[in-house]
Design a protein around this ligand. Structure first.
Ligand code: ADP
Ligand code: MG
Length: 666
């Protein structure tokens, strides 16, 4: 049996199955089911054990259960001129009666008749009389495939309007019978215990014998997904190593020594350790592909500078890309200050500034020295053509996609790559997202940093909060006030709200200067504001979350985040990293809106801990991986079965298995 023919039979469009007409096919397409394979992998959202029903008399408040009874009465009531209604059926099972109600869904009356045998799933919302509002129901019709819908653990599928659960269930069951033998086994290693074969797993998914089978099936199918992903990731890396030799970029340490000598501080042990790892890569046989993770303020920029110097003193150009103009400009200033004395050209390329300095930045210009190009996405554009690109550094990696990273790399011939992120990545995600990168961690902050205290407050307490901020400003400190990013949808109303807030703050804090920094300002305006804030002329900076990345003003020791509940924890942790950079104690006040239910609950984690990794794990638990991976651009496939929040063991197993397999086949 060739795998091509099995794959192709599973690729059969659902429209070709008996009983699936054009209308059903288009309903299935809404569920992303197009082929038999999609149908077989359609994952039930829950299961009902229909071997035993709960007697109506035994049903409890707040406890979901399945029961079964005959309809003894049904009726629709309307009021408010027919605009409001309730449809009710009363079931009887010999032990008691159960009322089921649907509010304002009058068409429900078309689905039930007195005398019908009905299955009901739900929780009582009142005990006298026993009532469930909006239960899930199925009417049992005579002559139907009883063995599919009854007397077993029955899958309940995600469905769509007009597509009956029972039709979907029958169709999947019949397709499984027909195609089960054609499901190809996938290699997941030598009979690992606890994992059924793939075809058997798919059988268990739709037809578990015990509830425990559901998880057994899911784990197998999840492992297949993860193995597939790991294969892609590791092959990419293999291909790179097979086709590319590393450029000789380890340098001779001369410039680095000079650079470190002029700093006012010593590198931390963690920074030194990471630099050693990087130096090894820069002189290695293959191009460096390294992720540098370090909490905000851990000093990644210095490490990047040393890394850049290795390439520069080896005679290669370096490109450093940052996600915002503000950050690119800040890096530019720092690097010029640090490296300017060393005869190294530092150039800035952003959307609004193409060239700084008098010479054109195009590499046709023959210079004696290597150049460090610093910029935003502008570096990806065609007009940027460095001469001899030896190293690409990407700051705040999670703000960029894999595609952008590759584009920048293609400006040279397999240059080295260092990507940096302050978003702590839980291990499972790291292996999945950055599986093709080596990982270095700066797990230590420079000594002598003051503490940042975090408080969670309701918005009703804002006047008190402002009073506190005013005191701090009177003591000479500066403050950030952060508003959630204005999203596309309500950018207008959002901007209006922040503008109003800005006017209020200006009044409240007069005569101190308050400025408003947001994404729509022109670059010069932004720069002017940043310069004013750096110079301590502007005392308070109101910003949408543009300050999330990179700004470094040690005298700013207070941060107020409004509507903090709109941010993810990891993001808030990043924001908070803007303060606590000097020797003064800092204060972060997270204000939640009272409209949000339990708005403060999540935020309390930030009061408790300042460990970025702990916070990332918490965020992953609460919000799933989306927030941490930087949306769709991460290149992660949508998983049907794998769960990055809980499947760490499977992720590691998949990685190890693929690694061993690829090594054997070498
Ligand atoms: P991040 O990792 O968030 O990018 P930065 O590189 O911006 O952090 O560093 C934060 C601050 O700490 C900067 O002002 C930097 O000069 C300072 N810094 C970096 N390394 C050290 C060190 N070893 N000792 C003291 N201060 C340091
Ligand atoms: Mg940084």
């Amino acid at each position: 049996m060739s795998s091509a023919s099995t794959t192709s039979s599973l690729a059969t469009p659902v429209a070709e199955l008996p009983g699936v007409g054009p209308e059903r096919a288009s309903q299935l397409a809404r569920l992303d089911i197009r082929s038999v394979n999609d149908l077989l992998l359609h994952r039930p959202r829950r299961y009902e054990d229909r071997r035993h029903f709960k007697a109506i008399k035994e049903m409890q408040m707040n406890e979901a259960a399945t029961t079964r009874g005959k309809i003894v009465a049904a009726g629709l009531k309307r009021w408010s001129h027919g605009t409001k209604s309730v449809f009710e059926i009363i079931l009887e099972d010999g032990t008691a009666r159960l009322h089921c109600r649907w509010w304002n869904l009058p068409f429900m009356q078309n689905y039930f008749q007195v005398g019908d045998d009905v299955l009901v799933f739900g929780k009582l919302n009142s005990a006298k009389p026993r009532t469930i509002d909006h239960p899930e129901t199925e009417v049992i019709e005579a002559g139907e495939e009883i063995s599919i819908h009854l007397n077993r653990i029955v899958p309940i599928y995600p469905s769509t309007e007009g597509l009956p659960q029972r039709w979907l269930r029958s169709t999947i069951a019949r397709s499984l019978d027909e195609f089960e033998r054609k499901i190809p086994e996938k290699n997941i290693g030598q009979n690992p215990t606890g994992f059924p074969g793939r075809a058997h797993a798919i059988r268990l998914l739709h037809s578990p014998e015990e509830m425990a089978d559901v998880e057994i099936a899911r784990r197998r199918l999840a492992l297949d997904e993860l193995v597939e992903l790991q294969t892609a990731i590791q092959l990419r890396r293999k291909k790179l190593e097979a086709s590319a030799r590393g450029l000789p970029c380890s340098g001779n340490n001369k410039l680095i020594r000079q650079f470190l000598g002029q700093l006012a501080f010593q590198l931390t042990e963690a920074q030194t350790k990471v630099l050693r790892e990087i130096r090894g890569d820069m002189g290695g046989a293959h191009p460096m592909r390294r992720l540098l993770q370090g909490d905000v303020g851990s000093g990644k920029t210095i490490v990047a500078a040393c890394n850049a110097l290795m390439a520069l003193e080896s005679g290669f150009d370096v490109a450093l890309m940052a996600p915002t103009e503000i950050l690119a400009e800040q890096h530019y200033k720092n690097f010029q200050h640090w490296l300017g004395a060393m005869d190294i050209h530092v150039e800035l390329l952003t959307g609004s500034i193409k060239t700084v300095g008098n010479q054109p930045s195009l590499p046709t210009l023959k210079t004696r020295f290597s150049t460090l190009f610093i910029g935003t996405h502008a570096l990806i554009e065609n007009s940027f053509r460095p001469g001899k690109l030896g190293l690409v550094i990407i700051d705040e990696q999670h703000k960029f996609g894999v595609v952008q990273r590759e584009k920048l790399l293609r400006k040279g011939v397999y240059p080295h790559l260092l990507v940096m992120t302050a978003t702590p990545i839980p291990r499972t995600l790291g292996l999945t997202l950055y599986g093709d990168l080596d990982i270095s961690v700066i797990d230590q902050l420079p000594a002598g940093r003051a503490k940042t205290k975090t408080f969670v407050r309701s918005e009703e307490k804002l006047p008190k909060v402002w009073e506190f901020v005013r005191e701090k400003i009177a003591e000479g400190r500066q403050a950030y006030v952060v508003y959630p990013r204005l999203d596309e949808a309500d950018e207008k109303s959002g901007l209006k709200a922040v503008t109003k807030e800005f006017e209020t703050l200006q009044k409240t804090f007069s005569p101190h200067r308050v400025a408003f920094l947001h994404g729509r300002l022109r670059a010069e305006e932004k720069e002017k504001i940043m310069a004013g804030f750096h110079a301590n002329e502007i005392k308070m900076l109101l910003a949408t979350s543009v300050i999330e990345v990179g700004i470094d003003v040690p005298n700013a020791t207070v941060m107020v985040v409004e509507n903090a509940n709109h941010f993810g924890l990891a993001q808030l942790h990043q924001l908070r990293g803007r303060i606590g950079r000097g020797s003064e104690n800092s204060f972060c006040i997270l204000v939640y809106s009272v409209k949000a239910e339990n708005g403060d609950e999540r935020l309390r984690a930030l009061e408790r801990t300042s460990d970025g990794f702990e916070i990332a794990e918490e965020d992953l638990k609460i919000r799933g991986p989306g927030e941490l991976t930087g949306q769709q651009q991460s290149g992660l496939p949508p998983f049907r079965f794998a769960n990055l929040q809980t499947d760490r063991g499977l992720v590691e197993r998949a990685r190890d298995f693929v690694r061993e397999t690829l090594e054997k086949n070498n």
